[in-house]
Design a protein around this ligand. Structure first.
Ligand code: ANZ
Ligand code: ZN
Length: 926
């Protein structure tokens, strides 16, 4: 049970993680950033002087050309397969951070590669634009959420344009746009009509001072309101839900189909769904006359003989004045009232306290009367909201028993299967594993836990006091929010007809813009009476609109579908178009969305598939309703952080002299500060502004640096000091490209006509093509791809004396190198491509080239490194051309001529020459 409670707690914690990548701002932050920037500028200007390449001029040159070229629409080649690359769309906070740059650098690299590799690629971008921060801005700064959002989108789009990310902006969408939320509302109605959307009472966070509902994010860890500071209360209100639980089994089962998702994410999904099998038992109440027995869910039916009491959750229906015995009622209800005020007790001692209800129930197997308690460790919304207390075999129950003095003697009914003879059982702590049933289990003594559980369950069914049961931890999705900045739930409440869905032809239900924001009292929508009051679509009588809006997770649970057909005016998307592009081939985003966003997207896809929203005939279609094929969860970007070693205080950039990168000093004392890499945050003064870095270092070097520093799923420790290495490499490749002669490209000779050095360069080139292609199609470890490319460029430059730039093999190597770099470093690669192909190539962009293919025959080395043994002892090694392998006389001649040969063989005759391991080992027997 403790495990159960813990998981519930961690779930609540992760629920508090904002759904968006919101980054706030404050004047102070900007000030320190500026100072930091000045320092960085000085540092980088010095570096720039050493570089002969003007990266920013090259970037603007190509950005302009791309813009010009984009004006000429390119025909779509329908014979090519489709490929859908998607990076999670951002919340328009108004500021791009390094995390964004990392995701987009990854998705842009993949999609540019796929285009060259022969695919029709979809790579769209949009805005997860509804949500709380906009509303808070309205309350705090008096700026309308709509205005705030529009402004932020413009700023971020401008920042994105600097990154040379090739998004298809013709497909842009914003979830706060009526053209989008009309279809969010449509999908709500689809689910409503399918019986998958319903209303029921649920607990909300209530601020008793401002008299308003709070989102989880607005309740601080002490359980107080972010605004008023009042202790937040729990209040029941009617809420809208999506029936996610209807798909619980499919959502669980289909995780096994997600071969290209990280195991960690799959496990998180499984845990969240939390399937548990066991039994439901009924305990009749023996002390008073009631017909209703107490039902409990247990995963351990084999422990039924060890049940020594029952515990009800505080919200169990039996916990009320009418059903509780008079003498106890007041104290029990008082106990429950007190609990409501202590929301955040978690594992504290408090949580273990319970109260006796005065009721007794009968254990259907032992026939004993056992006491019934109420305690907060029993969750009201899991199982039946009541548990059978087995102190001997459950840790929580054991502790509860101790704290509340429930029984004199704990009864052990299961014992370890393997135990030393004569060793007494340890009864000082609970035994929670499975084992063999003891004599305390009556007729089941000696059986193993598993078999005993089954037999007990069978007997319970016979007696009519139990049956097998399955429980899911997964809950239905509470989607209504008592907030303004979201899609209005398209429902009308009529006094006569009750809940009436808005007819689809009346969509969208517009979100009125002219409302008042105070953050207090009723939601801004409820204040607009002219909007709230409407006509019932059924009986035409006066009725009222639903004033709740939808959780922003609803918006983001289907945006990837809309991208397949973003301008559709009659449907959320055309089934044929969507089915041709879905599932998304690769989805890239932060691991903070590993649970809810992905689960909700999977649910909506499954629900819509069931509703027939996809085209069965299409080849690709999201079969089984799984929306994302490959999932790439990128790690965080951490910043270099300085702390005062004495006080542990975080140091501002202006307090540290970091001009010598490896040797920073505190300006005030000259001491060396503590250095660590931590999540970038305002309070740690370790944030790095990507726009600034791009301006200073060039976008290509920045992209390379991000891709090179760490594999995508790992933490990236940001250090601008090492970008210089990438800049140098780019400069080197440019120089190499410029060294190629003008004139028409000569044809590659056949391998046999290549010189030995050409042959080796050709081999390294092909080997690199093979490796980089593998990386970009299967494991996405861009860092290894980059190091492979660096190795190729090193090989080419170190062979420059033996293979001239006029050699077709040299040109092939450099051109392949440039093509393979292009997805990662678009502008520089264009520049290199132009230089390398100057007069020879008809196409003007490297992105019009196909991805290089490799020649499998070239992968084999033309030479062999052989270990030379003499009489079985390793003496030296030589390199011989492969074709010499059969020519033993020549091998002997060469070995005899070598230093080792002269020393160990001299003029002795050779009895036998043994060639082993395909020639890698040659043994001379004298
Ligand atoms: C008796 C028992 C004996 C239990 C034993 C466990 C071990 P999972 O597997 O996570 O589903 N439980 C049931 N409903 C609960 C609720 N609403 N709040 C808190 N705990 C609850 O957990 C199932 C177990 O969690 C159940 O099995 C029950 O304790 C507890 F040796 O019943 B058990
Ligand atoms: Zn009506």
């Amino acid at each position: 049970m403790s495990i159960l409670l813990k998981t519930h707690l961690t779930r609540n914690v992760s629920r508090n993680i904002p759904a968006t990548l919101y980054v706030g701002s404050s004047a102070r932050y900007y000030a320190t950033q500026q100072q930091q920037q000045q320092q960085q500028q000085q540092q980088q200007q010095q570096q720039h002087r050493k570089l002969p390449v003007d990266f920013s001029a090259i970037e603007s040159k190509w950005q302009t050309r791309w813009r010009e070229n984009a004006k000429i629409p390119k025909p779509v080649d329908a014979s090519k397969p489709n490929y859908y690359t998607l990076s999670m769309f951002p919340y328009p906070s108004g500021m791009l951070h390094m995390g964004h740059v990392r995701v987009y650098a990854i998705s842009d690299t993949i999609q540019r590669f796929r285009k060259m590799y022969g695919y029709n690629v979809l790579h769209p971008m949009g805005w997860d634009a509804f949500g709380l921060p906009a509303e808070n801005a309205a309350i705090e700064r008096g700026i309308h959420p709509s205005e705030w959002t529009t402004k932020n989108i413009a700023i971020m789009k401008e920042q994105m344009s600097k990154l040379c990310i090739d998004f298809d902006w013709s497909k842009e969408l914003a979830t706060c746009d009526p053209e989008y939320y009309q279809w969010t509302q449509y999908i709500f109605l689809e689910l409503y009509n399918a019986g998958l959307a319903y209303q029921k009472e649920a607990v909300v966070n209530w601020d008793p001072v401002d008299k308003t509902v709070l989102a989880n994010e607005q309740v601080d860890p002490e359980g107080k309101s972010w605004r008023s500071g009042a202790l937040v209360e729990r209040k029941k209100l009617k809420q809208w839900f999506f029936k996610v639980t209807e798909f619980a089994d499919d959502l669980l089962k289909d995780i096994d189909r997600l071969d290209n998702w990280p195991d960690r994410v799959k496990q998180m999904q499984r845990n969240w769904i939390g399937k548990s099998t066991g039994a439901e038992f009924e305990f009749s109440i023996s002390s008073v006359e009631t017909k209703e027995p107490i039902k409990v869910f247990t995963s351990r039916p084999d422990t039924i003989y060890g049940v020594q009491y029952l515990v009800l959750g505080p919200e169990h229906p039996l916990v009320n004045k009418a059903t509780l015995p008079k003498e106890q009622a007041d104290s029990v209800l008082g106990f429950v009232e007190d609990l409501k005020k202590k929301q955040n007790m978690d594992e504290a001692e408090e949580n273990k306290k319970g109260v006796f209800t005065g009721l007794y129930a009968k254990n259907p197997f032992t026939k004993e009367d056992i006491p019934v308690y109420v305690a907060p460790y029993v969750l009201s919304d899991y199982g039946t909201g009541a548990v059978m207390g087995v102190p001997a075999h459950d840790k929580r129950d054991f502790e509860f028993c101790k704290v509340n003095n429930v029984v004199d003697q704990v009864r052990f009914v299961v014992a370890p299967a393997i135990r030393e003879v004569g060793q007494p059982l340890d009864h000082s702590s609970p035994y929670t594993a499975q084992g063999i049933l003891t004599e305390a289990s009556g007729p089941y003594q000696g059986m193993k836990s598993g078999a005993a559980g089954k037999a007990i369950l069978k007997e319970a069914q016979k007696m009519g006091v139990g049956h097998p049961a399955t429980q899911f931890r997964l809950k239905d999705w509470l989607l209504s929010r008592q907030r303004y900045w979201g899609a209005p739930i398209p429902v009308i409440h009529c006094p006569a007809c009750k809940v009436v869905p808005v007819p689809k032809e009346d969509l969208p239900v517009h979100l009125p813009l002219d409302v008042e924001f105070s953050g207090k009292g009723q939601s801004p929508l409820a204040g607009r009476e002219d909007w709230v009051n409407c006509q019932c679509p059924k009986c035409q009588g006066p009725a009222k609109r639903e004033t709740d809006t939808m959780d922003t997770f609803v918006d983001s649970s289907w945006y990837f579908m809309r991208f397949t057909d973003p301008h559709n005016k009659t449907l959320p998307f055309d089934p044929v178009k969507a089915s041709a592009l879905l599932p998304v081939d690769i989805y890239i985003g932060g691991v903070e969305h590993a649970i809810l966003h992905l689960l909700y997207s999977r649910f909506i896809t499954k629900a819509l598939l069931k509703q027939g929203a996809f085209n069965e005939a299409s080849e690709k279609k999201p079969g089984h309703g799984e929306p994302f094929n490959v999932l790439l969860t990128q790690g965080m970007v951490h910043g270099r952080t300085f702390k005062d070693p004495k006080t542990q205080r975080f140091l501002k950039p202006e307090e540290v002299d970091a001009s010598d990168y490896a040797n920073p000093k505190m300006i005030s004392t000259g001491e060396t500060p503590l250095i660590s890499f931590e999540k970038m945050s305002k309070s740690k003064y370790n944030g790095v502004d990507p726009v600034h870095v791009v301006n200073e270092c060039g976008v290509d070097a920045t992209r390379l640096h991000i891709l090179y520093k760490a594999p995508p799923s790992e933490v990236l420790e940001w250090e601008d000091s090492s970008i210089i290495g990438m800049q140098r490499w780019l400069a080197k490749v440019l120089k190499m490209s410029q060294s190629l002669p003008t004139g028409s490209a000569p044809l590659l000779p056949v391998m046999n006509d290549m010189t030995k050095d050409e042959r080796e360069m050709y081999r390294v080139t092909n080997q690199t093509i093979k490796q980089v292609t593998d990386t970009l199609t299967s494991n996405y470890s861009f860092n290894t791809a980059i190091s492979d490319l660096i190795k190729l460029s090193n090989h080419v430059s170190s062979s420059a004396t033996t293979v001239e730039p006029t050699s077709p093999v040299y040109q092939h190597a450099v051109q392949s190198l440039v093509k393979m770099m292009a997805p990662m470093t678009p502008a520089m690669s264009e520049e290199c491509w132009e230089a390398a192909t100057h007069h020879t190539c008809s196409s003007s962009s490297v992105f019009d080239e196909s991805w290089p293919t490799f020649d499998a025959a070239a992968l084999e080395k033309s030479e062999l490194d052989c270990i030379i043994q003499i009489n079985g002892k390793t003496r030296s090694s030589i390199t011989i051309p492969k074709e010499l392998l059969g020519n033993t006389a020549e091998i002997e001649r060469r070995v005899r001529a070598s230093d080792a040969g002269k020393k160990w063989i001299s003029d002795k005759p050779i009895r036998k020459l043994i060639v082993a391991k395909k020639g890698e080992l040659i043994n001379f027997v004298l």
